[in-house]
Design a protein around this ligand. Structure first.
Ligand code: 48H
Length: 269
């Protein structure tokens, strides 16, 4: 077959344009495509809702690729085994209750299943601000190409509307920071601010992360490492079960409010 370069260009532009227009007003915007964000997006899409996943970098995966100190293996505990099994990620039981997975395979499985489930994935796009109405309610995300920020260009962003947002930005808890900057000290924490993450303690951190996965401001939820940072609890190091369970919990809370039953975790073949 003789290939036409212009058809290739047209195919990319038209298909991306469709995706962009289809994602201007959605049920949920997720900021951050690490393990927590990918997991939440998968569950929300599987439940039949429209969800956008924004990732600043070229690739999804956040801090998962590098395992611990660039040794590309991750540890997962018993409670998260069912999720990895559902995604067909190979696990080795290192010691009773401690499972080891290949970080590359795990990121790949999460990204593949999220995209296949119908998540509108936007890599290379940063959420730089929030859409806030006169009643100080968050109504969506303000997005721009990450390259605009990297090149320090003065280019205005555009806006996307959503009923709910998830801060899955990891240690930086960027959505919570934007709320503090734009709206004030209104977070649903003890001091209404970001309480800051505590020292490394896997046992403590993983035992509280699902509980910390909750609404941080009206219609805005925290998932993953940002949840522990916002509520002032520990970091956990290279154990990733809590990230997946937290993403799942955030999705369940939002699906509940959107008014549907959560589909059981299934993997698209
Ligand atoms: C678009 C953004 C923006 C933005 C950030 O860091 P992540 O992997 O986050 P989690 O919570 O899914 O997983 C945390 C885990 O990776 C980790 O760091 C652990 C377990 N640490 C323990 C420890 O002790 O250190 O992913 C967040 C993603 C990244 O890919 C960012 O690029 C992206 O969010 N991001 N994307 N717009 N404003 N801010």
């Amino acid at each position: 077959m003789k290939l036409n370069d212009l058809t290739i260009s047209k195919a990319i532009i038209e298909e991306y344009r469709k995706k962009l227009l289809d994602s201007l007003s959605v049920d949920v915007c997720i900021v951050g495509g690490g393990p927590a964000g990918m997991m939440a997006s998968y569950m929300i899409a599987k439940a039949g809702y429209k969800v956008n996943l924004y990732e600043r970098k070229l690739s999804l995966g956040g801090g998962m690729w590098g395992g611990g100190m660039m040794f590309n293996k991750i540890v997962l505990q018993e409670e998260s085994k069912a999720i990895l099994d559902a995604f067909n990620v190979k696990l080795t039981e290192y010691e009773k209750g401690y499972y080891v997975a290949d970080s590359i395979a795990t990121v790949g499985a999460l990204a593949y299943n999220a995209s296949n489930a119908g998540v509108n994935v936007f890599n290379l796009i940063s959420v730089e601000d929030l859409k806030v109405n006169r009643a100080n309610e968050v109504e969506g995300a303000v997005i721009n190409w990450s390259s605009v920020g990297l090149a320090n260009l003065h280019v205005d962003p555009i806006t996307v509307g959503s009923k709910f947002l998830i801060d899955a930005t990891g240690h930086a808890c960027e959505v919570a920071n934007i709320i503090l900057k734009r709206i004030g000290k209104v977070l649903y924490t003890d001091n209404n601010e970001i309480m800051g993450e505590g020292s490394m303690n896997a046992d403590r951190a993983e035992s509280v992360i699902v509980g910390n996965t909750k609404e941080i401001y009206k219609n805005v939820y925290a998932a993953g490492m940002s949840a522990n940072a916002i509520f002032g609890t520990n970091r956990m190091g290279p154990i990733f079960g809590g990230m997946l369970l937290s993403g799942k919990k955030a999705a369940e809370l939002i699906i509940d409010r959107l008014g549907a039953r959560t589909e059981s975790l299934t993997v698209n073949q």
